[in-house]
Write a protein of this length. Structure first.
Lengths: 888, 115
């Protein structure tokens, strides 16, 4: 067969021909000359000129067909004819700017939410950090992406795999920055990094220097700081002399040694810091930043420290994996029980971490993604309906093109190309709008630069193209097939409106069904939020005040001093008039904070552990149960000075002992630092974590049961007047304890208010999506009604001539539209019943089959459909029988 | 239109290309010339829609068997002239021998069946 060279030469000729724009013209010229010569020859042979003309054409055959085939010979027919279709389509669409604009807008609206979701997911999960030679850089963790590494583990991995990879570590915390002569201290996000961090990532300073290993030596690093460029611009007005200056962080002096460029946004894993860090500090300055800070001590602690590394030249990823894996096995053997079995995980930083999508995050994304695609589906159905109507209006054009030799495939392609132009324009518009909204929303309320970027990249481009192709097929295929089916005769005669009408009705059915599902979901969320305030919270939150000192460790308190501080604060608050009692709680109920552990019965030990139960726990003072009025069901509260005594919730008691009495039973908590407890009392269940979660197993134990500080603890005060009236008095009590501290004081009910507000904004977001779906469906219904008026003008004219009145004509049109709406409602109701079950965990004391929500959504959709079809139907009332009949 | 339709024969598939190549061995020709040449030499027996010549000419150009350029005809009209390339000449040789074998085989089959 052909040699390679010949084939290549053929391609060169093809490509050259593609650029020869005169191809068509030349071919036409050639054929025209052929016909002319043939005609002349026939005339010379004695034929009548007119007959010769005809005979020449007959001998030649259909020139259009041969032109197409000649083009096909070059194999670029598809490209060339696609370009022609594109041009033709664009001209056609521009001839109907209003309709085309409406279609583009519909697609843009329908795609907007989906586009925003993709941009957000892309920014958070898919984009890799902007660093040089990123493909050499890896992430390392222990198999649990969110847990991070302990410092000693990091050091061991670093040293044992040193031949393959240079590891660096980083974490984050808030520090209080005080600048000389700049007024009040400001809290700023700090990156706490190993000495080699910037070198490993290849970040060069724009002023001064970055850290070296010597800045970060245990047990105490040098008090030096590197600033981020945007922070430097914000706070120091880009003054280069800042290098060498001293700034106060958590009341300790640090020397600024350099500035790193704004292009470095950090290497936090997805879901990490949302804003770029302003200040960077060496790891071993942690003891300076907070006395008693044990972040770097022990293998069981984790504070979310992450590790990154750069592969040494010539070392493959697999070799590094092997070395790190071996180090993990050794660590497990040398330090058993200090962590969950180490399964070191490393991956190029440019790769997407798919583990993050397992579990609730992935489920939520799939859920929200599906909803947004449904909205796009509704929009597509609308557009398909519009294109279908236009296709029937173009039956003449199609018939003419077919009689000129255009094949069926050709016509389908033409329609799909038009659909593609429209959907590309629509998707682009939707993407741009989504980008703009996200950018504005993310920046609102903060001038700090985001650590993530929503800017469109290759992935966004690819996704947009895929989405546009999908929409083009969804909107263009049915009209295209329908149009290509129109035969020459039928097209020239006008008609086939009936089949098209049926298809459009099918679109309405699907639109209404999808829309109903979204509306029911919206109605459920809205109704459940209304229910939320009525939920019994068991304790009198309006008469409970929470007083929390803000970040005591930053103010130089170690654990022992902090514990004393809390005790003094409790006494001081108790002494305030109108306060009937004060207690300690860590974490506080309704604060949004939670501590959890695994709990198992102690007596079931026959070499094997009893099965564990995941419980939430709170460390409280004995007075807590009285102050919070949490009803004791059985037993007693724990005594002061008995750290192993615990009180359990009803659910926990039932979960572990069934109907038997747990009083006096022994429990073991924790995986690593095991502690033994004895149950002394049972209290009622209360929705401390969330109003949605009534029966979570809960464990209360004494504040002195652990040496750990009361980091996020609060003093709770029971007030005789409404708690909100005592905020100032409580703050004054705090100031008497330590005037340097600031205190967060709020009624306990504010946590509940916050939760309801958050749920309300979520349900309003759902309502926005549902509202958009409704709007799009109504546009579709209205368009179908309008088409019905046009198609049935004649029939309406006859009826009116026979005595029907205008309202009858309107009713006729409205009725014909409501049939598909009704079918859609039935389908949608069943669909909603199946789908809304996934919402049950989001609802406040409301069944996911709540009849009121279903009925409300159905009634709303019926009413809206009536209005949507009535508006165009009014035109039917204006039909003049004489004109309608004359049109025949 | 004195000729009867039934006197005409459709071309065997694939033979049009060969006929074009063969026609061009006589020299440079434009499309009409090739059509006329085939028509006359076959005593108007071979029936081909004249237009189908043009896709075939493009096909042969893609293969590199013929080349074309624009020139002026005797009565000074602009026309595209086709000529055989060396590769086309080789191809024609192969096609001819293949075709002869085919015709020879068919003839033998037909003769034996009759005898």
């Amino acid at each position: 067969m052909d040699t390679l060279g010949e084939r290549a030469a053929a391609w060169v000729r093809r490509i050259r021909s593609l650029f020869s724009r005169r191809f068509d013209d030349e071919l036409a010229d050639e054929m025209r000359m052929h016909l002319e010569l043939r005609r002349q020859a026939l005339i010379d042979g004695g034929m009548d000129p007119r007959e010769a003309e005809y005979e020449a054409r007959r001998l030649f055959g259909n020139p259009t067909v041969f032109r197409e085939r000649a083009r096909d010979a070059w194999g670029f027919a598809s490209v060339a004819s696609f370009c022609r279709d594109l041009g033709f389509g664009a001209r056609l669409l521009l001839r109907h700017p209003a309709q085309s604009g409406a279609i583009v807008l519909t697609i843009a609206l329908g795609a907007g939410f989906n586009a925003a979701l993709f941009l957000a997911v892309n920014a958070v999960f898919f984009r890799s950090p902007d660093i040089s030679d990123a493909h050499e850089v890896i992430r390392l963790d222990d198999g649990r992406p969110n847990a991070g590494l302990s410092y000693p583990d990091y050091v061991d991995y670093r040293d044992r795999a040193a031949a393959a990879v240079e590891l660096a570590a980083f974490g984050g915390m808030d520090v209080t920055v005080r600048l000389e002569g700049a007024g009040a201290p400001v809290v700023e996000r700090a990156g706490i990094v190993s000495g080699n961090f910037f070198d490993v990532l290849g970040v060069r300073p724009i002023h001064g220097r970055t850290f070296t290993g010597r800045d970060d030596l245990p047990p105490l690093g040098t008090a030096v700081a590197v600033l981020g460029e945007s922070y430097w611009a914000r706070r120091f007005n880009r003054d280069p002399s800042v290098v060498g200056r001293s700034i106060e962080l958590n009341r300790r002096p640090f020397t600024v040694i350099g500035v790193v460029p704004a292009s470095f946004r950090g290497v936090d894993p997805p879901g990490g810091a949302p804003f770029v860090r302003g200040v960077w500090l060496p790891l071993w300055t942690l003891p300076l930043l907070g006395p008693g800070n044990r972040h770097l001590v022990g293998r069981t602690t984790g504070w979310g420290m992450q590790a990154v590394g750069r592969l040494r030249s010539g070392v493959s990823l697999d070799q590094t994996k092997a070395q790190i894996g071996a180090a993990g096995v050794t660590l497990d053997r040398e330090f058993p029980g200090t962590r969950h079995a180490r399964t070191p995980w490393i991956s190029p930083i440019t790769d997407i971490d798919t583990r993050l999508f397992a579990g609730p995050v992935g489920l939520a994304l799939v859920g929200v993604g599906t909803v947004t695609l449904l909205v796009l589906l509704i929009a597509s159905a609308n557009v398909a309906g519009l294109l279908l109507a236009r296709a029937s209006g173009r039956s003449r054009e199609i018939a003419i093109r077919q009689s000129l030799g255009a094949g069926r495939l050709r016509i389908v392609r033409q329609f799909l190309t038009e659909g593609l132009i429209l959907s590309l324009a629509g998707i682009t518009l939707g993407m741009l709008a989504a980008y703009w909204v996200l950018q504005v929303a993310a920046q609102s309320g903060s001038q700090q630069p985001l650590a993530i970027s929503f800017a469109p990249d290759g992935r966004v481009l690819g996704y947009s193209l895929a989405l546009a192709a999908m929409v083009a097929i969804a909107t263009g295929l049915v009209p295209a097939l329908q149009a290509s089916k129109m035969t020459v005769l039928a097209g020239l005669k006008e008609g086939t409106a009936r089949g098209i009408g049926r298809l459009r009705a099918a679109f309405v059915v699907s639109e209404v069904a999808v829309c109903l599902v979204l509306l029911v979901a919206t109605a459920l969320l809205l109704r459940s939020v209304q229910h939320a305030p009525a939920i019994d919270v068991v304790i009198p939150v309006n008469n409970l005040l929470s007083i929390a000192p803000a970040d005591v460790s930053a103010q130089g308190y170690d654990d022992a001093r902090a514990a004393a501080l809390f005790r003094t604060l409790q006494r001081e608050v108790d002494a305030v008039p109108v306060v009937s009692g004060a207690a300690l709680a860590n974490p506080s109920p309704f604060s949004g904070n939670r501590h959890a552990t695994t709990l198992r019965r102690a007596e079931a030990q026959d070499g094997q552990d009893a099965p564990g139960v995941r419980v939430f726990l709170s460390r409280v003072s004995p007075s807590f149960f009285f102050v919070a009025s949490l009803p004791l069901v059985r037993g007693r509260v724990f005594e002061p000075g008995a750290p192993e005594e615990v009180v359990v919730s009803e659910t926990l008691a039932r979960r572990l002992w069934g109907t038997a009495s747990p009083l006096g039973a022994r429990l073991i908590s924790g995986e690593f630092n095991r502690a033994s407890h004895v149950v002394v009392g049972i209290v009622r269940d209360a929705p401390f974590l969330s109003l949605r979660q009534r029966g979570e197993p809960f464990l209360f134990h004494a504040t002195e049961s652990s040496a750990e500080g009361l980091g996020i603890g609060v003093v709770l005060a029971r007030t005789l007047a409404p708690a909100s009236t005592l905020v100032d008095a409580a703050r004054a009590a705090g100031a008497r304890v330590d005037s340097n501290l600031t205190f967060d004081v709020a009624p306990l009910s504010s946590g509940i208010t916050d939760e309801i507000a958050a749920a309300r904004s979520r349900s309003l977001a759902a309502a926005a999506v549902g509202g958009l779906a409704l709007l799009l469906s109504l546009i579709g219904i209205g368009a179908v009604a309008a088409q019905t008026v046009i198609n049935r003008t004649h029939e309406i004219g006859v009826r009116m001539a026979l005595g029907a009145r205008s309202p009858d004509a309107v009713a006729l049109v409205v009725r014909s539209t409501l049939v598909p709406v009704g079918v859609g409602l039935v389908v949608g109701t069943f669909g909603a019943a199946l789908v809304t079950r996934v919402l049950s965990s989001q609802l406040y004391g409301l069944s996911s089959l709540d009849p009121a929500a279903f009925a409300g959504a159905v009634v709303m959709l019926i009413l809206a459909s009536c209005i949507a079809s009535w508006i165009p139907a009014r035109r039917a009332a204006c039909v003049d029988p004489i004109i309608a009949l004359r049109a025949e | 239109m004195g000729k009867n339709r039934t006197d005409r024969q459709d071309l065997l598939p694939g033979t049009l290309d060969m006929l074009i190549l063969k026609s061009l061995t006589r020299g440079v020709m434009h499309g009409y010339g090739i059509a006329e040449h085939i028509r006359q030499l076959s005593d108007e027996v071979l029936h081909v829609e004249e237009g189908s010549l043009y896709p075939a000419l493009q096909r042969l150009q893609v293969q590199g068997w013929i080349a074309s350029e624009w020139g002026h005809s005797v009565n000074n009209r602009r026309a595209r002239y086709y000529r055989l390339t060396p590769a086309g000449r080789r191809q024609l040789g192969q096609a001819e021998s293949g075709f002869e074998r085919l015709i020879h085989a068919i003839t033998r089959v037909m003769r034996n069946a009759e005898g």
